[in-house]
Design a protein around this ligand. Structure first.
Ligand code: MIC
Ligand code: SF4
Length: 652
């Protein structure tokens, strides 16, 4: 029987397990990436596990925390730079660009496996790499030479036909995908693109699509590697890394979705979820206060050049503020060469650093109740830094149309305003300049390197082995689709990523700022903290701090209706039991403050049992729970997490 692309790559990298959907497999990892906000913890963990050098092609990016208010960010950068030198990691200096954009340009390779401590790592799927977003600890283990364990995914084929029409672009395609798949219910799947329409999309366009596939909750998204891929890699001077990659004609898929690119129209994700998608037409006319173009989804050369083309000779509407963050130094230089930068500046754009910036809410926060149109991938409530703001996610074309009119406008109307569509082509000459990377030192020089550690860098706390029983209380009960931005907000607190005790004082702040103190009081009294969640608990980012900081506060279990993939793995990695309600309606019967007991939890984990009972002592009731863990995950939880497990030499 023929194979699809996902099967081909995974089978070629298999080191453990049976390659069948639903089964846990271990795969060899070729490349890893970290960014500074997750990287400090990942390298502290790498050190704590006693590894001496990296075994992957590893790149450490600095793109998230670049605001440098106070000494903490700069100290973190110095830690990352010196740790990279010590262990043979390529360091991408701040200013070089957003990790996913730069990885795509300079390192990503078709047919290989990349794991990265950032949920948008699947951006590299645009070039045909099997790229997965994971917690920092999984990256640390892979850098040390360990396999990466994942559930062999079922595969959804998205069959593309036709060709995008003017004013419609890759962002509209992925928003269309989100309107079909939504943001939950896709755990355990990967998306593979195929069909005649694929060849009409360039690699950066494909990367916009695979990037935002992360919002559906799938393990990854991937495109074939074809002539278009070769063309991109040739321009990047990397054609030697190109291989062809396509599904066999009789390949099997678990689901097939058809999208005719010629029928896609401008789409928009409305507040407060990337899955809340409709057509731009439906919401036209809403007054816009802010437009932000950038983020790892839409900050490529083409994205900025189409905005520049639309705005040529115009100035941003006086009632709105307008900012642009180019995705990389290469993008800035090429947009500059194409005269796009000058046009954007003349149009009143505030040109931001080539970094995550406003996407993660550490700058350019909108005003009270403001409407912000962004080319980002996430619009969770408060993520932009202003809880009352309404953030809409759009294509660069739709963003630019609003810059002119001051309201949400279907970009197809631009023709009525005398603006002709221009099909922006990739520049003939890509500007190749790797001087902002610090490449690994020769081995003999690494020994002399002293690792810098500023006062804000604290050791990673460790959990204790799992106790016989969990006895505690529901310290917090939260609703559906609680994201990692709710659990462990980023924005102004990003600078505490390497200081867990400090960062932990902000756990659940957007929902209930009194949670950390309550949890600490319980911990001191020997009462275990338990979190009760609804559907799709832990959506969004890969940040392991959403598990690590609750662990530090004494959280021993999460009981939810469903838990998202990366977060489930992070909970296990830090020794927190991820439990699911067997009957989702039991969620309604448990209340915050209830006293709970899970007797024999250790025995259940040891014996491989999937059925666990929790006693609600306050209500005098029992609820049935499910404990879906692989054997390896059970061993990890028993030890108190992946750190103690790996340090003890634990493998499969
Ligand atoms: C995000 O987009 O939420 C982030 C910030 O890039 C995170 C990583 C982090 O929290 O550092 C992600 O997507 O994994
Ligand atoms: Fe950075 Fe935003 Fe991309 Fe996350 S989603 S990596 S914060 S640009």
């Amino acid at each position: 029987m023929g194979k699809n692309i996902v099967q081909k790559i995974l089978e070629a990298h298999l080191v453990e397990g049976v390659p069948e959907p639903g089964k846990e497999i271990g795969i060899k990892v070729d490349q890893t990436l970290t960014q500074d906000a997750t990287g400090t913890a990942a390298y502290l963990e790498f050190e704590a596990m006693g590894f001496k050098e990296v075994k992957t092609e590893a790149v450490s990016y600095v793109d998230h925390n670049t605001v440098q208010v106070g000494f903490e960010n700069a100290d973190d950068h110095n830690y990352l730079r010196t740790v990279a030198k010590k262990f043979g990691i390529t360091y991408s200096r701040p200013g070089n660009g957003i990790c996913h954009q730069v990885q795509l340009e300079r390192f990503a390779k078709p047919g290989r496996v990349l794991i990265g401590s950032d949920s948008h790592t699947p951006t590299a799927g645009g070039i045909g790499e099997f790229a997965v977003g994971v917690g920092g600890l999984d990256v640390a283990v892979a850098m040390g030479g360990g396999p990466y364990y994942l559930t062999f995914p079922k595969v959804i084929k998205i069959e593309l036909t036709g060709k995008l029409r003017p004013w419609v672009s890759a962002k509209d395609v992925v928003l269309k995908v989100l309107s079909i798949l939504h943001t939950k219910g896709n755990v355990g799947y990967a998306i593979e693109y195929g069909g005649e329409g694929v060849k009409t999309l360039t690699v950066p366009e494909r990367a916009t699509i695979t990037n935002m596939g992360a919002e559906t909750g799938v393990t990854t998204s991937i495109f074939p590697s074809d002539e278009m891929t070769l063309d991109f890699m040739r321009r990047e001077g990397r054609e030697k890394d190109w291989v062809e990659l396509k599904a066999d004609p009789d390949a099997q898929y678990d689901k097939v979705i058809q999208i005719n690119l010629s029928e896609v129209e401008p789409m928009i994700a409305c507040p407060d979820s990337p899955g809340n998608v409709t057509t731009v037409r439906e919401v036209e006319g809403i007054k816009v206060d802010q437009v932000a173009v950038g983020s790892c989804t839409n900050s490529s050369y083409r994205d900025l050049m189409i905005v520049a083309h639309i705005l040529k000779g115009r100035v941003a509407h006086p009632d709105l503020e307008f900012g642009v963050a180019p995705g990389s130094r290469q993008v800035i230089e090429m947009v500059d060469e194409g005269k796009g930068l000058e046009t954007l500046v003349k149009a009143g754009a505030r040109i931001f650093e080539s970094a995550c910036g406003f996407c993660i809410g550490n700058s350019f926060a909108p005003g009270t109740n403001a409407v912000s149109l962004r080319t980002n991938n996430r619009n969770f409530k408060g993520r932009c830094g202003t809880p009352s703001a309404k953030v809409y996610l759009v294509s660069p074309e739709t963003a630019a149309a609003a810059v002119i009119t001051g309201k949400i406008t279907d970009p197809r109307r631009l023709e009525e305003m005398g603006i002709k569509y221009e099909d922006i082509k990739l520049p003939q000459r890509f500007i190749l300049d790797d001087s902002m990377f610090i490449f690994p030192l020769p081995e003999e020089e690494r020994e002399k390197v002293e690792i810098f550690r500023g006062p804000n860098i604290k050791p990673i706390p460790k959990n204790d082995p799992l106790k016989e029983k969990i006895k505690g209380m529901v310290t917090i009960k939260v609703g559906d689709k609680v994201t990692t931005d709710h659990i462990m907000p980023a924005g102004p607190y990003l600078k505490y990523r390497s200081n867990v005790p400090k960062y932990a004082t902000h756990v659940f702040e957007p929902i209930d700022p009194s949670f950390p103190q309550r949890a600490l009081n319980n911990k001191e009294r020997g009462v275990d903290n338990i979190i009760v969640g609804g559907e799709s608990y832990g959506q969004g980012s890969s940040r392991e701090h959403a598990a690590l900081c609750p662990m530090y506060l004494g959280v021993k279990a999460v009981i939810a209706k469903s838990i998202e993939r990366i977060h489930q793995a992070n909970l296990v990695n830090f020794g927190i039991a991820p439990l699911l309600f067997e009957n989702p309606s039991d969620y309604d019967l448990i209340e915050q403050g209830d006293e709970l007991e899970i007797p024999d939890i250790r025995k259940a984990v040891e014996s491989g049992a999937e059925d666990v009972v929790v006693k609600d002592v306050t209500k005098n009731k029992e609820f049935k729970l499910k404990l879906y863990l692989t054997d390896r995950q059970r061993r990890i939880i028993l030890e108190g997490g992946l750190l103690p497990y790996t340090a003890k030499g634990g493998r499969s």
